[in-house]
Write a protein that binds this ligand. Structure first.
Ligand SMILES: NC(=O)c1ccc[n+]([C@@H]2O[C@H](COP(=O)([O-])OP(=O)(O)OC[C@H]3O[C@@H](n4cnc5c(N)ncnc54)[C@H](OP(=O)(O)O)[C@@H]3O)[C@@H](O)[C@H]2O)c1
Length: 214
């Protein structure tokens, strides 16, 4: 696949690196041309502007802070149709990146980040995923049979878009799970907020569910 990447931070590096290892063609777009060049050099893709990354592939990863969503998509030309018909992979969480506190919208029952993105992408298909585990988990893929399983719930409304992202997940040695339609993406975002709070307390989020098998 041809994959455009919006962002040059930890999630962009981890997911783009993994997808490059799986043989996909990448164009990394950042608001900083220097950071895009550096990341493209590291993962093996090309560098460009946010707009070039938006128009490059059938799949576009959106990996920027919640507070930067609208600005990033505007710079990518979404309101001019650069993303129309493409699959936008939304790995974002509505958290303050400095404090890991949930955004007010998440606490007040406002629209999920995924829903906000769907309203900004100008006819692209949004798939929510990869937001529950830290970047390091994605950066270590592909996983093999001897590794602990990594399950990846995906929420989306377009079957072809979901199928493309399931393929990417499978190539990472991870298991794609059906998380339901995009209206359920907020549940994944709230789960990530709880997990981030537990990480912040030095706890393992998985431990709140108890041992597997009851
Ligand atoms: N890191 C994780 O473990 C993790 C896990 C799951 C989900 N997520 C979510 O994934 C998204 C990306 O996280 P990340 O950890 O990759 O973030 P990061 O390392 O801080 O990188 C953020 C990227 O967004 C760009 N950006 C554009 N506008 C920005 C603005 N106004 N303020 C700050 N950065 C801006 C940054 O550009 P510059 O470099 O030019 O600042 C950088 O390329 C977030 O929504 C986060 O909640 C992160």
């Amino acid at each position: 696949m041809r994959i455009g990447v919006l962002g040059t931070g930890a999630m962009a590096a981890a997911l783009a690196g993994s997808w490059a290892r799986a043989g996909h063609e990448l164009l990394i777009g950042g608001r900083s041309a220097a950071k895009a060049e550096t990341l493209a050099g590291r993962v093996g893709g090309r560098a460009g502007s946010l707009r070039e990354a938006a128009g490059f592939g059938s799949v576009v990863l959106l990996a920027v802070p919640y507070a930067a969503l609208a600005d990033t998509l505007r710079r990518a030309g979404a309101d001019e149709g650069t993303l129309r018909g493409r699959t936008v992979v939304d790995c974002t969480n509505p958290l303050d990146m400095a404090t890991m506190e949930p955004a007010p919208e998440l606490l007040d029952g406002g629209p999920s980040a995924a829903r906000r993105i769907a309203g900004l992408v100008g006819g692209a298909h949004v798939v929510k995923g990869f937001n529950l585990a830290p970047a390091q988990v994605w950066g270590r893929s592909p996983y093999g049979p001897g590794d602990a399983p990594v399950d990846v719930p995906l929420c989306g409304d377009d079957e072809a878009a979901l199928a493309a992202v399931r393929t990417l997940v499978g190539e990472m040695g991870c298991e794609p799970l059906d998380g339901g339609g995009l209206e359920r993406a907020g549940l994944l975002e709230a789960t990530a907020a709880v997990a981030a709070g537990l990480w912040g307390q030095g706890r393992q989020p998985g431990a709140v569910f108890g041992p597997a098998g009851g």
